[in-house]
Design a protein around this ligand. Structure first.
Ligand SMILES: Cc1cc2nc3c(=O)[nH]c(=O)nc-3n(C[C@H](O)[C@H](O)[C@H](O)COP(=O)(O)OP(=O)(O)OC[C@H]3O[C@@H](n4cnc5c(N)ncnc54)[C@H](O)[C@@H]3O)c2cc1C
Length: 472
């Protein structure tokens, strides 16, 4: 190990930037290599971001009201330049509608709509101000490996980085390499498959999402309330105001060629709502990860953060907050390891423990993934029935949309039995989903507290078996 502890981060997404910022603040030498550009970092639209993750990573989220206020809310600065990251319209509560519009629920929506380009730049600025180097137009193309082939033996000792402007590739050594390259997990997937954490995400672990921000046609009376339509094509569709003049609408569907293109769903919705004009302000789309995390987020000299680690809420694909929390937890573990002059799997294990057990994020997401796997072929009619019977209640929807797996309690089970009696097949499926989800949630809470090859292997085998039972 070098005299000064050095860290290389691949990717300047929200997770990579928080990780680099926190390490630099602790005096660690950290360099971020990002293949894109500063001006186009993030998304060209605004995303729903978890208030709790923003607050935990040092951003004052506005007080819950119907209008966002505070210094980070979008406005123009004294020179007329755009400033701030949060959209003006606030969502303490969100109406969630059944796929067939027959029933509505009210969900405590613990998100703040946040401009992802403005946030992306702010995160890079914060990392730089803390002392991290952030180099754009640099693509990490390979990892340098030493040691053996199993998770406890392998060591990542550096990366190969290509300067996209000059075409020059260089091999660089580091004590820790972090993979924050998004759902392609460019570095994690180059580890030996015998580590058990190198697998690529499968097609079924993605949703296809499209969103468009349009100018609002204020002359037309069209009472479209802000809402989410839940379970539509096993995904969701939404409309929300960003401010007086802009409407954001979009759809996400399970990544399956049989499903309609989300762009068509959005166009059809807009055709029914003349208050949404043809004037496109921002928008775009792509694949959104709704899959399962690898069994470990660390190896010797290596941590995985954000989408590369599937730190996304499986019911919605929201992963910016999870990535920031992953970056924070990974930084805490690396700082502790560096203080002991260590970088092995054992020294970094605290990141796994904190993600899966301490914060319960990993356990919640795993439980929700099991529910999603089993319930994903429910029809629109089934889901609408569950809404009407209040089996999908305000509380259940609030939890799952906010990334929390809730263990079913007795009154809920009784209500389920009473309400679902006319559809025994559906009842059986619900029971299978909650049983599997509960087993998986509990199994994740029993994640090995420290690195132990045999214990980890036994835990992983059981996790794979439990998940295998949730897919057809
Ligand atoms: C259409 C759509 C809508 C979404 N809506 C929401 C939402 O409302 N709320 C929410 O929380 N999340 C949403 N997400 C998901 C969210 O964008 C991701 O979960 C989040 O950005 C993941 O952050 P990350 O830190 O993993 O990095 P990413 O944002 O995935 O960024 C990875 C970075 O790594 C760079 N990179 C990739 N490969 C390399 C390489 N080899 N070398 C160097 N750099 C590399 C990329 O250029 C990129 O900048 C949405 C995603 C999509 C596609």
């Amino acid at each position: 190990m070098s005299d000064k502890f050095t860290v290389i981060v691949a990717g300047a997404g929200p997770g990579g930037c928080i990780f680099a910022r926190d390490l630099a603040k602790a005096g660690i030498d950290v360099t971020v290599y990002e293949k894109g550009d500063y001006e186009t970092i993030g998304h060209n639209w605004s995303d729903a971001m978890e208030r709790s993750a923003l607050e935990a990573t040092g951003f004052a989220a506005p007080f819950e009201g119907s209008v966002n206020t505070g210094p980070l809310v979008k406005s123009k600065d004294a020179a007329g330049n755009p400033a701030g990251i949060y959209e003006q319209h606030a969502y303490p509560y969100m109406e969630v509608w059944a796929p067939d519009y027959s029933s509505r629920k009210t969900v405590n929506f613990r998100y703040v709509t946040t401009d992802r380009r403005a946030l992306g730049k702010l995160l890079v600025d914060q990392a730089r101000r803390a002392g991290a180097d952030v180099l754009f137009q640099h693509e990490v193309v390979d990892v340098i490996l030493a040691g053996g082939k199993s998770l406890g033996d392998v060591e990542v000792t550096g990366v190969v980085v290509k300067d996209l402007e000059t075409g020059e590739a260089r091999s660089l050594q580091a004590d820790i390499v972090a993979d924050d390259t998004g759902f392609n997990a460019i570095l994690r997937t180059k580890l030996p498959s015998s580590t058990g954490i190198a697998g690529k995400f499968s097609n079924e672990e993605f949703a296809m999402v499209h969103r468009t921000v349009r100018k609002r046609n204020k002359d037309v009376i069209d009472p479209v309330a802000d809402h989410y339509r839940y379970g539509y094509n096993m995904g969701y569709q939404w409309i929300q105001y960003l401010n007086e003049d802009e409407i954001d609408t979009g759809a996400g569907v399970r990544h399956d060629p049989k499903n309609p293109d989300p762009k068509d769903i959005v166009e059809e919705f807009i055709s029914r709502h003349p208050s949404i004009s043809d004037e496109v302000i921002r928008g775009g789309g792509g694949l959104c990860l709704v899959g399962r995390s690898p069994a470990s987020l660390v190896a010797g000299g290596f941590v995985v953060i954000g989408d590369a680690a599937s730190q996304t809420i499986p019911m919605t694909g929201c992963g910016a907050g999870g990535a920031m929390m992953g970056g924070k937890f990974a930084a805490e573990a690396v700082i502790a390891a560096a203080s002991k002059g260590k970088n092995d799997c054992d020294a970094l294990w605290e990141y796994n423990r904190q993600w899966f057990v301490g914060s319960k994020r990993g356990a919640n997401y795993a439980g929700l993934t099991a529910l999603r796997n089993i319930l994903q072929d429910l029809t629109h009619d089934d889901i609408s029935f569950l809404f009407r019977k209040d089996i999908l209640s305000n509380e259940m929807l609030t939890d799952s949309i906010n990334g929390i797996f809730t263990l079913p309690d007795l009154p809920t089970m009784l209500k389920t039995l009473g309400g679902g009696i006319t559809r025994p097949g559906l009842l059986l499926k619900l029971n299978a989903a909650t049983t599997a989800g509960t087993k998986i949630f509990k199994h994740y809470l029993a994640y090995p507290p420290e690195w132990d090859a045999a214990r980890f292997e036994a835990w992983k085998v059981k996790a794979d078996r439990l998940f295998a039972a949730t897919v057809k």
